[in-house]
Design a protein around this ligand. Sequence first.
Ligand code: PEP
Ligand code: MG
Length: 878
Amino acid sequence: MSKVILVAPLAGWSTPLDEAPDAVFADRMLGDGVAIDPTGATLYAPCDGELIAVPASRHAVTLRTDEGAEILLHVGIDTVGLAGEGFEALVQQGQRVRSGDPLLRFDLDLLARRAPSVLTPVLVLEGSGFTIARRSQDREVSVGEFLMELVPVGAVAEASGKGPEMGAVVSRRVVVALEHGIHARPAAVLAGGLKGRAAQVTLVAHGKEASAHSTTSLMTLGVRKGDEVEIRATGADAAAAVEAVEAALLKEKGGAPARGGGTASAAGGASPAGGAPAVGGAPAAGGAPAAGGASATGGASVAGVARAADASALRGVIASRGLAVGNTLQLSRPEISVKEDGAGVSHENAELDRARALVRDRLQAAGNSGPAATREIMGAHLELLDDPELIGSARAAIAHGKSAGFGWRQAIRATVDALRALQDARMAERVDDLLDLESQVLGALSGTVGTSTVRELPDKTILIARELLPSQLVALDSSRLAGICMAAGGPTSHVAILAAAMGIPVLVAMGEALLAIADGTAVVLDAEKGVLQVDPDRGQLAGAVGELDRRRGRHAAEQAAAQRECRTADGTRIEVFANLGSVTEAEIAVRNGAEGCGLLRTEFLFLERQSPPDEDEQAGQYQHIATALAGRPLILRTLDIGGDKPIPYLPLPHEDNPALGLRGVRTSLWRPDLLRVQLRAALRIQPESQARIMLPMITDPAEIRTVRNMLDEERRALGLSTPIQLGVMIETPAAAVMSDRIAAEADFISIGTNDLTQYTLAMDRGHSELAARLDALHPAVLRLIARTAAAAVSHGRTIGVCGGLASDPTAAPILIGLGVQELSMVPSVIPQLKALIGSVSLDTCRELARQALELESSEEVRALALRMGTSAGEVAPA
Ligand code: PEP
Ligand code: MG
């Protein structure tokens, strides 16, 4: 048996990988190993081998042993961003080294200051065919001391030695209870659940055998609900592995095991631990669709897949209002050509690893901070990316002289063919996931954008996608984009906010039927009624074009009056501000009559960055926006990273529930170095009196005090004498309930209704099934707004609303009636809302608000506004 001994490449403390503050390592996405907290500053070879990767950034090396084990040594966390600063390579890629040879020298002090952590993972890479039999952990190690013993996958049990003898097979028959059989996600969950186990597990069904460690292999079994499968395992923890796989096969998503059953048997060795499985457990968690009345926002009767009465129309939930006529274009995968011949086995293997690592980073970033649906999809993609069968098959092609791209494509296409041959609609859907991953890896190999991209947009494009990322949207030519339809997504997702800022009508949660619409199909997107009319007849088309004209006429009149100071019909001053994410938006907002900026989403300014923007860069951008606002107030919100905002330059630790994790000010206090840079940049805005700073996602007053102290320190360091105003967003129910205490600490208050609604109603703002019910006019939210407004007024603080509710013409009069003095909205709706506010009296608003607080649902509130004639209806296109 060819085992490999690794010695410590670094002096320090050897700890479990779980300690690494990066999910890529802690979740063993690249492979298993240990992390060393270094005391030395030279990295040595842990064994003999060939250096198959020494990146230009010199922060890591990968070496392959003669036995084929691939070892990654990664100095510090997130150190790639240092671009080589503080590192000196003592070796070159391709070189052979002996155990104990020096590889890299690094500046430990610099790393300690500049990297999130100096912990240095030492990994055996997933897919290279080796697993760890023994490791030295939770103790001090010196260079050259034993660190790990590697053995070929499946060759032997972990050295703890408990469990069946080598070769003993534990097996069990199970009737699969998964509603949709073993499709991609359960397959990914199954394979993922076996990570870190020593046992080798296979599933046998329909006369075929598949490795349970491989998502693709599992999918090709074509197992459906009710099919009997046999689980077979060998290795030290075989019995526990069988238990785990059985539980996964009997369990419905999010629920308890659907039922016990199946037979338990042991073949050729030990019997499974735990005795007979439970019979007659809880029924499978139901998938009953959300009961839906009429949608408050869009009129869709049921969230998710929804067909309108007219078979050629699809319903969706309104994410950005407006009307558009155009032709469809699906967000498509680029066809990337690959050369067949490789440039050497080690080069191509290293290329494949580099590309997979790049894609992994992107998926990780998107999944970490994306909404639940995105996280799930990204998780399944990550499993496919690390699938041992796919990697093995690509490596086999490379070993035969093929290029990495050719090998990867061949591996994917073989699986795609196998899935298509199953003639099972659900499995066929997974073909899409695989092809998507193919493009991403090929894109990363060829240096083109790795995610799905669109071709050049024709004029008046209605873009169709399952879901868009903010970074994908900002990469498009918005001047040619007439509208967006998404099969999934939620109305207050950040991509929807961006689209609204661009004045682009958007429907979300339209269901899979949307994706069947052929490119170039004529459509009318009515994001006032929540309907996409597919292939409209001449009458429908003419009607829509006529309506667009009428709206343009009305919009022109509102636009002409937009520069007037905003007052209600009886003269009460209401400040109408704009939500901004760029200089261009600031210019548009001023043209539309914005009286200031009530929310600058600073994280949107640097969406596509791979490294954090420095102080000068930030100060420059902020100043541009301040200048574009020509003296009008600028409320700059500190970075709101986390939740559904993937920011590539700040990967957050893995969180099971990112919406409840590191978000907003919490992330800033977790990385005070980034916050201080941002505070300093904000303090540099001229004139000094123009800018105010606002903190997102406050939970309690102590957070404000902490940031105020930091702000005072930075201000003094810059020699500034006048304090800058520090306000907060009320986005959590805790902050709303504590608004009296918060108002005592903050200089001003603005309510973020998007998050406040998400957290009050306990409905994910990106959840497509709940999208139609996620309405900020729910009386529970209104009561929290009323309470906050009263607290602010009693402390003499300005009270604003900067969430999506402020842009809703039905809501604006209610908010004014609740005491709100400043509304910060999407720039494109400013002219219309100014006209609307000018047409209602404060008394009417107060009466409307009083009645709304007594109602029981958002539908009732909207009906009330309609009855009282304060609902303005449609919004003109930008
Ligand atoms: C909000 O939550 O209402 C808000 C304005 O912040 P964001 O949408 O950026 O989370
Ligand atoms: Mg928010």
